[in-house]
Structure formats: C-alpha cells, structure tokens
Design a binder for this molecule. Structure first.
Ligand code: AMP
Length: 249
C-alpha cells in the first residue's frame, strides 16, 4: 500500500508572528518557516506504517512556491521516499488545495492519504474533509491512533469528552491530531541522503486544475497587548481588586 502525505510550509511555531504595517497580511519577510506541526505528525505516522511493513511507499506532496521544497526535503530526510511539489505562487485556498490533492490521489492511487488536522497559519481545518468529499472516500479526522486491518483502517478520533473509534474502507483520508505520535528528528546522514531522493515538480495545469479563490483577506490584526501583572499585598486587597477592578466576583 502506498501512503500519500500532504504537507504545508508555515511560519515556525516558535516565531512571534508580526502583522504588516498596513494590516493587509502577516509579515513573512525574513521569518523562519517550517513544516506545519500536524503535517510532521502525518509524516511520522506514514513512516511508521512503512517501517511496520504495512506501507510499501510514502510519497509527500506540497502545494506552493519553490521555497516549499525545503519542507519536502525535510520530509524526505524523515523517511519519506519521494516528493511532489505542485507549483503555485499565491497560497491557494483550501478548496483549490483539495482539488489538486484529489488529482494527485487519482494519479498515485494511494491506500491512505494523511493530512494534518489543520495548518497553524490559517487554522482552516477543512482540507482533509474537502478532499474526502471530492473523492467520495471515507474520512477519519483528528486521529490519535491509526490501525490498518486488512483492507480497512481503524481510526481513533479525539472528540469532545473522549475517544471515538471508526473503521474506514481504504482508500481513506486520515487527519492527524496532536497525540497520534511524537515525530522524530532527522539525522545528519538522512539529511544528506534526502538530497538525492526524487522530487517532481508539476503545475496545476498538468493536473487540469485552475487555482482560484473565493475568499479575499480583508484585514489582519495582532492580539491586544497583555498588561503586565501586579503583586497584591494581602488577600483582602486581592478580593477588593477582583470585585471592583476586574469585576469577576
Ligand atoms: P487546513 O485545512 O488549511 O487547516 O490544512 C489542513 C491540512 O491540509 C494541512 O495540515 C496539510 O496536510 C494540508 N494542506 C493544506 N494546505 C496545503 C498545501 N498548500 N500543500 C499541501 N498540503 C496542504
């Protein structure tokens, strides 16, 4: 079985996000970029399936400009066999990403597609669901455990107040939650080996998809600055401030 993993290049989660002076977007100039953390979890799960002998090949796909190849190479260093970049300049919206991924799925015929549950830049949490709908295939979202049993996959899902286990006929779409696994670090020899692994670049035209967006970004604002805390002298003072200043009791 082949496993296809979709990965997105996003701002590194350790970086404090800056907004452009005209509030038109997030400022990406000279900002450290990285693999979306939920996509790292997706890669780890696919590589573990290969190590267990369940998957025969792991292919990673990323949609974006040439800079995404840095994240594809990282995935290759983590154990992925081959990479595909679909070349787009502007960041496409989720539906365009799902349409492009659907075409790659038709071409590659994987038994499982693993995506992150959300990209931490746009927080959309919709690409996996859209892909499953476009392909008319079952989906197991927010996975905290993935078990392949013959032609089916059992996905334990993190739902409100507990866990739910569903069984999906493969090919299936799985999206990863935080507790699915702990991703490994790439070793130096594997980083070197990754440079020689195949990375194919294709265009949306090659897949017969027109990238468009129905969404316009109107404005981005940073969160309000937090006030610094104060030290109170007594319990009475604390109660007085909670009652009269914060008005929470
Ligand atoms: P989202 O629905 O935008 O929150 O993204 C959920 C998941 O969809 C991500 O974790 C990726 O697995 C996949 N995805 C989103 N955008 C891209 C992209 N540009 N290239 C490849 N995969 C993507």
């Amino acid at each position: 079985m082949k496993v296809l993993v979709a990965v997105k290049r996003v701002i590194d989660y350790n970086v404090k996000v800056r907004v452009k002076a005209d509030n038109s977007d997030v400022d990406l100039a000279n900002v450290k970029m990285a693999l979306n953390p939920f996509c790292e979890i997706a890669i780890e799960e696919a590589v573990r399936l290969k190590e267990a002998g369940t998957a025969s090949e792991v292919v990673v796909v990323s949609i974006g400009s040439k800079s995404c190849e840095e994240q594809i190479r990282t995935a290759l260093a983590l154990g992925v066999d081959r990479g595909i970049r679909i070349d787009t300049e502007e960041g496409p919206d989720s539906l365009s990403v799902a349409k492009l991924l659907a075409k790659v799925v038709e071409k590659e015929a994987p038994g499982m597609v693993i995506l992150g549950k959300q990209a931490i830049d746009s927080d959309n949490n919709q690409t996996g669901q859209m892909l499953a709908a476009l392909l008319d295939r079952p989906q197991g979202t927010f996975a905290s455990e993935v078990k392949v049993e013959g032609d089916n996959v059992q996905v334990t899902r993190e739902v409100d107040g507990g866990l739910q286990t569903v069984e999906l006929a493969m090919p299936a779409i799985v999206t990863t939650d935080l507790r699915l696994n702990e991703p490994r670090y790439a070793s130096l020899p594997n980083i070197m080996k990754a440079k020689r692994k195949p990375l194919e670049v294709i265009s949306p035209d090659d897949l017969g998809v027109t990238v468009s967006s129905n969404i316009s970004l109107l404005r981005v604002e940073p969160p309000a600055e937090r006030q610094s805390g104060i030290r109170v002298g007594s319990v009475d003072e604390l109660v007085e401030k909670l009652r009269n200043e914060a008005k929470v009791i």
